[in-house]
Design a protein around this ligand. Structure first.
Ligand code: 4NP
Length: 172
């Protein structure tokens, strides 16, 4: 795994409770799917009580909306019921969350620029750093203008990375 040697990740392994924020552009496709998948995986592993999951977007134009219908349908077919309501990233997220997962390079650099201190900046990590079955993946592609295969690809990458994220933080 690409983030195995990340000191921020290593320090979180010993922490009793962890708050994790997933971030994409609109917070209606990728990040709410990541939130739902991570929660479901943590429940399946019996470690859900240790984690809080949330998601947010760098573009606030969809604030208040449920995830995109196409994302909800594709996720539901894999057993995930996505009920998050879109919200924009806020500066307090950098205090409230231990780890902020960015879906792509644009999300990553905008979040890092948003951070006010080196400690806040270090909380921002790429989601695909955790991929195990997709070792060459370097971003979760925006599916908004794609067809069904784009949404399936997002789910494949997120199931892989969210599972590895929870396992890594659980020392598994
Ligand atoms: P997301 O997808 O960042 O995965 O939620 C998008 C949703 C909406 C837009 C772009 C990407 N948009 O431009 O409205």
């Amino acid at each position: 795994m690409k983030s195995m040697s990340n000191p921020v990740i290593d320090s979180l392994k010993e922490k009793e409770h962890l708050s994790i924020l997933f971030v994409c552009l609109g917070n209606i496709c990728r990040s709410p799917a990541a939130e739902g998948i991570a929660r479901s995986y943590a429940e399946g592993k019996g470690v859900a009580k240790r984690f809080d999951f949330d998601s947010a977007g760098l573009y606030g134009g969809h604030a208040g909306e449920l995830p995109d219908r196409r994302m909800r349908v594709h996720a539901y077919q894999r057993g995930y019921n996505l009920t998050h309501h879109s919200r924009p990233v806020r500066s307090s997220d950098f205090e409230d969350f231990d780890l902020i997962l960015a879906m792509d390079d644009s999300n990553y650099s905008r979040l890092r620029a948003f951070a006010r201190t080196p400690e806040e900046e270090a909380k921002v990590v790429r989601m695909t750093d955790f991929c195990r079955s997709h070792p060459n993946a370097d971003h979760v592609p925006d599916p908004y203008y794609d067809g069904a295969e784009g949404f399936e690809k997002v789910l494949d990458l997120l199931e892989d990375s969210c599972g590895a994220l929870i396992d890594t933080l659980s020392n598994n």
